[in-house]
Design a binder for this molecule. Sequence first.
Ligand code: CTP
Length: 397
Amino acid sequence: MLKGKKILVGVTAGIAAYKVANLVRLFIKKGAEIKVVMTPDAQTFVSPHTLSVLSKNKVEIDFFSQEKEWNNHVHIAMWADAFVIAPCTANTIAKMASGVCDNLLLTTYLSARCKVYVAPAMDVDMYHHPTSQSNLKKIVSFGNVIIPPETGELASGLHGEGRMAEPENIVLFLEKGFETHGSFKGKKVLITAGPTYEEIDPVRFIGNRSTGKMGIALANAFAHEGADVTLVLGPTHLSPNNTVTCIRVESSNEMYEHCTNLFKSTDVAIMSAAVADYKAAEYSHQKIKKKEANLKLNLTKNIDILAELGKQKKKQCLVGFALETENVIEYAKQKIKAKNLDFIVANSLQDSGAGFAMDTNKISIIDNKGKVFDYGLKSKEDVAKDILNFTLSYLKK
Ligand code: CTP
């Protein structure tokens, strides 16, 4: 699995850094190509010379080399097929969570497009501290993979969770990562997500409560499996991983333009956006002033993007979403027919834990033969994986 893979090893200042010599040796034995980037303080725990000899490459620490040349963190990051930060201290995890980049390792991390694996190493209480736990959650939400620390005796003499995973286990983790990577390699995937805002006047719009969480999780999941993903994203403060091409739009018209342009060269299109069904029939160029007790607003229907793609469909796999409050399966089945879909992902606002702005979702997938597949309540990341696996088996049929 690791033969010929380019692995960048990031070392931060934890006592477990001494184990990195062995980690580098194991990677080299597996046939991987290794480069090492260290934080300046990590040198107090393991010598860069040792890691340079073992990795057969120069170890990068500073923004400028001894020859006064700039060490280009973008080049280092782009070189890698995977980036493993081991050990990763609480301090570095906090900086990764907030985007601080005050050393070469962190700037490299921010530039990395490859999968980033993080092996935390710290004392038991630091590990369990709410800030460390919330920082870990945050970096997972960015698409990074945590290699869980192990339980045992710690450098402080305390016993508990926080020891860096053993090098052999880190190697296994990466082997597994490369194994599952790539089931959508070479496929172009188009996803819509988030709400749309339909302008009424210069200060007001019609919108909805969608945050785009589900569609962003889908985009990340497909990109992780090697797909070339374009996400057409309505207004939201959330972002996908940087392996996803993200086109930000405001209105359903803009979303429609991008989708129809991209659809011809798309293999799989998943429309998860909560597109506003109506827009103001006439846009008022001046702010509408408050006058009568009642205000009548004339609305006109927006283009149904999914239905339009259904008309244009040739070989593409076209997937819709249906958010209902009643008769979920029946309405979803009608949408499959009306919009010429391959399958639809239905969810009900009646299910607790499902719907807008939640971290979880509960879905049923209905295929174009009317077969219903029910799933339990899961995190939106796990729901995205279920939809991805369903798409994979659907395409293999
Ligand atoms: N959709 C779309 N363009 C629209 C409206 C909806 O692409 N103008 C897509 C959504 O992204 C979703 C599917 O159509 O994949 C179903 O959306 P939904 O709002 O559940 O259904 P509608 O078809 O709009 O019908 P209704 O609101 O009456 O349930």
